[in-house]
Design a protein around this ligand. Structure first.
Ligand code: CA
Length: 166
């Protein structure tokens, strides 16, 4: 499966904007120096030879990147995304109060976890956090499955009341 078919429309739109921004001569293709500039803007400084290697590997005949290949290239760091999901999944037992992958985060398990983290919350706040987190889909159960938890990037702490000044 190519990266472009996995990217969401939002991500594709962002990448398109990035692509257009760096396509200095507007020919719809990224030259090596344009690719270098994009990578540098993402915090990855590569030598021209490294970029040329990458571009040549993707488009041996053209030596420039059309949009689709650009998406494939930029999606490589999405391996980090998997690492991030693994990290999030690793915090799930804390909030579910159980290492069982089939466990769910409930109002009471969330309350217990927050208390353990030194941020005790009222049942209503825990309910609100879970309701917000699950939006429509799982809202009826009032619980968060491991899968939902990873998909939502962990618990949204924005619902927490501000810390009491001590
Ligand atoms: Ca160009």
């Amino acid at each position: 499966m190519s990266a472009i078919s996995q990217a969401t429309p939002e991500i594709l739109a962002e990448l398109r904007a990035l692509f257009d921004l760096f396509d200095g001569n507007g020919d719809g293709l990224l030259e090596v120096e344009e690719v270098s500039a994009i990578m540098a803007s993402c915090g990855t400084v590569l030598t021209e030879a490294e970029v040329l290697d990458m571009v040549t590997e993707l488009k041996p005949d053209l030596r420039k990147l059309p949009f689709e290949e650009f998406v494939n290239m930029i999606s490589r760091p999405m391996v980090d995304r998997l690492a991030l999901e693994a990290e999030i999944a690793a915090t799930f037992p804390t909030f579910a109060g159980s290492a069982d992958p089939a466990a769910e985060i409930t109002t009471s398990s969330l309350q217990a976890a927050m208390a353990g983290l030194g941020r005790p919350i009222e049942p209503l706040v825990a309910e609100e956090m879970i309701r917000e987190a699950t939006k429509g889909g799982a809202a009826a159960t009032g619980k968060i499955s491991r899968e939902d938890f990873v998909a939502m990037n962990g618990v949204d702490f924005s619902k927490l009341p501000p810390l009491e000044a001590s």
